[in-house]
Design a protein. Sequence first.
Length: 548
Amino acid sequence: MSGIWETAEQILRLDLNSLYEFSPLAIFLILFFTTFITEDGACLAAGALAGQGRISFALGLFACFAGILVGDLGLYWIGRLFGEPFSKTRVFRRLVSERQLAKASLWLERRGPMAIVISRFVSGLRLPTYLAAGFLRADFSKFAFYFLVATAIWTPLLVGSATFAQQIISPQYLLLSIISLFVIFRLLFNLSTWRKRRLLIGRLKRIRYWEFWSYRIFYFPVIFYILWLGLKHRSLNVFTCSNPGILASGFVGESKHLIYQKLEKSKAAKPFLLEHEFISKKLSVNECSLRVLRFLEENRIDYPVIVKPNVGERGKDVLIANNEGRLGYIFDRIKGDRIVQEYAPGDEVSIFYYRYPSQKRGKIFSITEKDFPKVVGDGVTMLENLILRDQRAVSLAKKYFDQNISRLEDIPKKGEIVQIIDIGTHSQGAIFKEGDWLMTDQLERKIDEICKEIDGFYFGRFDIRTRSFGSLKDGEGFKIIELNGVTSESTNIYDRRYSLIDAYRILFKQWRIAFEIGEENRSRGAKPTSVADLVRLIFNLPVNGSEN
């Protein structure tokens, strides 16, 4: 058996000269088992061998066909026999995302067996779709027939392409030619439909507009500026003194629950707080649900509620639960400590605040107005296509698909406005605008009054929901969703009116103030978080003061 796998590796490298010594049966078995590792690689190798006349085309085709079909049926039975427990394993989660599985399950429920044929030609959908067929305990005989049809269409195309390439191209260019042919084939297929072309346009827009760049790329110049500030202040970590009352000043790893408890101690903040409940990661899903039911009853709150990680950033895993069933799904997804919070309707803004310890009054650094993207129905187009058709929404189409998975095939009525996101996070698809028009003396005084009563807080950003912008300008009628520390952004930078240079100018000023406030607090006795502890926080390791 070891000889078969060694030769399989040679096939994957297309080292075809070494295969002369093997019988047709041995090559059949090699190709058959290689499909379990890479279907496409086995098909390309079979086609190349057939093109050189070393095996018959029928042998190569049948070996790959049999291996792919057996593999597909195997996935079905894995899903059927092991079901939900297997889907929660680490191995499975690496291979299949929750979005892919949810989409495949919904697709199967709505479209039935034809989804099997279509998924064979769509990269990334085969594995979740075939497993989902088993999860849903779909009729085996019917789905086996569609597996057969899909494989019978797909396999000859790929094996035949490699055979044709071998026959018309000289051997020394064989490997390059087959790879090029495969890439071209995939590219043409990925551009073959309007949906695929729109998704490609979305990817290109994410490259063109810096607001969609990965924060790892975008923050690269900011890191160098922070290093320069560290040299200037003779301390790289002095900024962690900017909020002595928060773990590492809110650099990373701070508990949302502990920060909200600090807010609850502020008399000025109490009228503006939302009810929340801390849910320990040690509780089972059923225990979590019971805890939330008690929380809802005690505070006379109804669904929806917000569920988010107790430690998290950039809106990751912040979800809305509209019912108990959705709540259970969310608790199963978010594995760490969680926060369940009362949902506040209305408009959302972010307010970035700072106060030097030597000054009596703090200031609002910036205000960001958040817009929740919407599409307008025409009575004939599905929601998924409305998202793809929108000139901005297409840039983050897959984010919006995730958040609207159960209604993507719904057809909104003509003129119906459909809001496609409810979470005010830029990375999840909210639109951020400069909100300086909301700045008033009344609002600044109210925010300053709240912050002065928060022990050890001088610098950070409030995320706020308000019933109206008018009441917000009066310093009234708003609710505090959360308070973030030193690494929170002045999110007005994402306004399309700002250039990349403008964004860096704002962020550099923000960090300069953080270091200056940290320097003042250090001179008053505050101790910076050590670099070693910062590293521990980055890698989610415990440090003193990090318990919930």
